[in-house]
Design a binder for this molecule. Structure first.
Ligand code: NAD
Length: 481
């Protein structure tokens, strides 16, 4: 049985209390590894190492930091197959998806920020003939990075890479639901020769290890991705200490389809935006609004394609969908399907657990599910389900589509399908979301700001935005002459 270890001060070590808890492979329902049940004392060890490493790391040349991050990227690439296997086993996602998306993106995160830091600049303002202002941007110190289970290594490195590139030292906690690739990543950091204490990875539960990171006054900034309720808790602890926080939270994203769209492209992409990673991507479009004139055509085609989507062993190449991440999450998603029925919805496809045979007989699988006939304001259409469940709703006018799209507390991402250029711009302007995809979904350019509005978060990741987040600006004003 694989026993994970914390990565503190450049070394792998068990938790101080010697305790571990089970990690379950969702595709089989069986325990396959043990996770350190780290407590505050382990976070304090990590913090101590990060504090000691900070003076050296923050003064390391940009070239050297860039070289080390690039080397980590190279090793991720080299170990692609092992990392993809681990992600598949830990999370239940298809191996093919982990190979195509998760691990290549983790590699890109390191490579991108290794380059970005060499291009990062701060401003200077000439105020008058005798006054000049310039801005310095220095690393903050020790920062905390906390990540979720849906895209484990992808989102873990999305935070760590910019935090390290800007010269901070880090205490990080991956999700306790999917910690294995973060553990393998710590081995890669050792192999790379990352100086001890620069990155420290503490495994454990949110309420203990995570809370210790958020609560400690010497951890100066928190970059968090996860649920909105957890985000609110973190903000309530971090804000009174005036910590910088970047909170990337939940979503309930609209996918708005007009009759004049490129129908085939829309249908193909909507299959992905609905069910990729078993619907467990914060950017998935879970509320599909369709212009009434094509509603029946769309409904028939979408149901047919969804019924043909193969749910199976994630290790199997032919599986398009694997397991959802845990038994608890499966039960949560199933309870939302029941809620949708109670609210008067009609299940057009799926709606139940899938029982597979062989090694997967105790795994956590749900059929991709389409529901219609619900009011846009009901709980099923307002609350985040975060599974392979979408609703479809017809609309008659642009205004009606917008009203329904903007009706939730969330505002992370959205998609609009139309060939009308003016309408595309109008919709992009009026949708309350941090990201609007027009005639596409999940096309990512790592230079763009990433994040949500309303209850989907505070702050932005990506590109210059995150480099600014992980640095403290200081204005220097000089009068001369
Ligand atoms: P979660 O909030 O339960 O956990 C996220 C992380 O926070 C985990 O590492 C967990 O251990 C830790 N945590 C939990 N309680 C904590 C506490 N009190 N103090 C400190 N840390 C704590 O979220 P999850 O279930 O892992 O992930 C699913 C959620 O993440 C969904 O809501 C999804 O929309 C969201 N998400 C958002 C984005 C985005 O970019 N906006 C991306 C991916 C996932």
């Amino acid at each position: 049985m694989l026993r994970l270890q914390n990565y503190i001060n450049g070394e792998l070590r068990g938790p101080t209390n010697g305790k571990h808890f089970d990690n379950v492979d969702p595709s089989t329902g069986k325990v396959f590894s043990e996770i350190p049940d780290s407590q505050e004392e382990d976070v304090l060890l990590a913090l101590d190492a990060a504090k000691k490493a900070f003076p050296l790391w923050s003064n390391t040349s940009l070239d050297e930091r860039s070289r080390i991050l690039t080397k980590i990227a190279d090793l991720i690439k080299e170990q692609m197959d092992d990392l993809a296997f681990a992600e598949c086993q830990d999370n239940g996602k298809p191996l093919s998806l982990a190979k195509r998306v998760d691990i290549p993106r983790a590699e890109s995160n390191l490579r991108f920020f290794a380059q970005a830091i060499t291009q990062f600049a701060s401003e200077s303002h000439r105020t008058s003939d005798s006054i000049i202002n310039y801005t310095t941007r220095k690393p903050i110190g020790v920062v905390g990075c906390i990540s979720p289970w849906n895209l484990p290594l992808y989102l873990f490195t999305w935070k760590i890479a910019p935090a390290l590139a800007t010269g901070n030292t880090v205490v990080a906690k991956p999700s306790e639901v999917t910690p294995v690739t973060a553990y393998l990543f710590s081995k890669i950091c050792i192999e790379t020769g990352l100086p001890p204490g620069v990155l420290n990875i503490v495994h454990g539960l949110g309420g203990t290890a995570g809370n210790a990171i958020v609560s400690h006054p010497e951890i100066k900034a928190i970059s968090f991705t996860g649920g909105t309720t957890t985000g609110a808790k973190i903000a309530s602890i971090a804000s009174p200490m005036f910590k910088k926080t970047s909170l990337e939270l939940g979503g309930k994203n609209p996918n708005i389809i007009f009759a004049d769209c490129d129908y085939d492209k829309m249908l193909k992409t909507t299959m992905h935006s609905s069910f990729a990673n078993q619907g467990q991507i914060c950017l998935c479009g879970s509320r599909i609004f369709v212009e009434r004139s094509i509603y029946d055509r769309f409904k028939n085609d979408f149901v047919e394609k969804t019924n043909a989507l193969a749910v199976g062993d994630p290790m199997d190449k032919s599986s398009k969908m694997g397991a959802v991440v845990s038994e608890a999450h499966m039960n949560k998603v199933l309870s939302y399907i029941q809620l949708a029925k109670d609210e008067g919805g009609t299940v057009l496809a799926g709606g139940e657990r899938v029982k597979l045979g062989g090694r997967c007989e105790d795994g956590f699988y749900i059929k991709p599910t389409i529901i219609e006939g619900l009011d846009y304001q009901c709980r099923t259409n307002q609350e985040e389900i975060f599974g392979p469940v979408v609703t479809i709703t017809p609309f008659d006018t642009e205004e009606e589509a917008l009203r329904m799209a903007n009706s939730t507390i969330y505002g992370l991402a959205s998609s609009v399908w139309t060939s009308d250029l003016s309408r595309a711009h109008r919709m992009a302007d009026k949708i309350e979301a941090g990201i609007v995809w027009i005639n596409c979904w999940l096309l990512r350019d790592l230079r763009t700001p990433f994040g949500g509005v309303k209850a989907s978060g505070v702050g932005r990741e990506g590109g210059q935005e995150v480099l600014r987040f992980f640095t403290e600006p200081k204005n220097v004003c000089i009068q001369y002459g």
